[in-house]
Design a protein around this ligand. Structure first.
Ligand code: FES
Length: 346
């Protein structure tokens, strides 16, 4: 492009320079139906009432479900209980939220206001005005005029905390002894059984590279004591057979052997935040936690080789009994699960 063309373009641009925009203003204010039609206004009020009533019913439903559907000790009863509590809680919260929004949109006064931009810190006068606006907003909400609505919102807000308090109150008197977290039902001589059928495992059934999900043979007894799920959650084990030559660490610090002919057993509960660790990579002997990818080397004492976990998976020392079944030598060598305040991280 020539020098002449450039100067021509600049002139054209200069003549089009706009140093300010016209204020487009506001479109005309459209009143809501309820502002002009008292029937519509009443209808909106009934809708708000209905939404707060839904919240109240949700809270009542929560209380009923809490007592009528205790979690029990089966997966089915826990699912039913959680579903009922969660559903009721959803209605309790949804009713309050949608009721408040609908009230603000359909019933509160519909003023349009424009505000100039100003410095972030308002002067004292503006701050005092803000307080006045808040007071005006309270008056605008009509809470003093609409007695039924006042009752509904107060009931919904007053009852809702029950959904939080009840489970806490219900747990008063429970055994909060965290020492229980340190032990599982594994003990000397307890057979290792397949999960979920409970069939005991013989060492001869475990071929090199195979993986078994394991529960303690004495878990069945806990159906009667009502803590089957609690005990199972702590005691689950992953059992793998390696070529004994691949094992880098199979001895306790005291020199006892914790594995049996290449068979090792480790807690399945990730030491990060407790997901089940169950993805085994045969070639590398790595065990991967699907939640945050912590990776443990089970040929090397389940040492952490990657990820956020801070300590190895606790090992279950094993051996065989007279009939060739795999049995525990003791409980796990360390407390299972995520690290907590009293537990070493290394
Ligand atoms: S729970 Fe396993 S890595 Fe986070």
């Amino acid at each position: 492009m020539s020098a002449h063309d450039n100067s021509h373009d600049l002139e054209v641009r200069d003549s089009n320079v706009v140093d300010r925009f016209e204020d487009p203003g506001h479109p005309d204010h459209q009143p809501r139906k309820g502002d002009t039609d008292p029937k519509a206004n009443k209808k909106a009020e009934r809708q708000v009432l209905f939404l707060f009533a839904v919240s109240v019913l949700g809270t009542i439903g929560f209380v009923v479900a809490y007592f009528a559907l205790p979690p029990g000790d089966t997966a089915e009863s826990m699912r039913t209980s959680n579903l009922a509590l969660g559903g009721a809680l959803a209605f309790a919260l949804l009713g309050i939220g949608t009721g408040a929004i609908h009230w603000a949109k359909a019933l509160m006064n519909d003023h349009e206001k424009s505000e100039e931009r100003h410095l972030q810190r308002s002067d004292d006068e503006t701050r005092a005005a803000a307080v006045e606006v808040l007071a005006e907003g309270t008056a605008d909400s009509g809470i003093s005029r609409r007695g039924a609505l006042k009752g509904a919102v107060v009931s919904a807000l007053a009852l809702f905390p029950i959904t939080i308090a009840l489970p806490l109150i219900g747990n008063i008197g429970e055994d909060w002894n965290v020492g229980k977290l340190k032990h599982t039902i594994w003990k000397k001589g307890v057979r290792l059984s397949r999960d979920p059928n409970g069939r005991p495992i013989k060492a001869s059934d475990v071929t090199i590279g195979s993986v078994f999900h394991v529960i303690p043979d004495n878990l069945e007894e806990h159906h009667e004591t009502g803590d089957y799920m609690d005990q199972k959650a702590k005691a689950v084990v992953l059992l793998v057979r390696l070529d004994p030559r691949d094992l880098k660490a199979d001895q306790s610090p005291a020199g006892e052997t914790w594995s049996y002919d290449g068979i090792v057993a480790y807690s399945k509960i990730c030491t990060h935040v407790g997901c089940p660790v169950a993805l085994y990579e045969q070639q590398t002997h790595h065990l991967l936690c699907p939640c945050h990818q912590s990776t443990f080397d089970i040929a090397d004492g389940a040492r952490v080789v990657f990820g956020p976990a801070k300590r190895p998976l606790p090992q279950l020392p094993i051996t065989v009994d007279d009939e060739g079944y795999l049995v525990a030598q003791s409980d796990f060598t360390q407390p299972v699960g995520p690290s907590f305040w009293e537990r070493e991280t290394k």
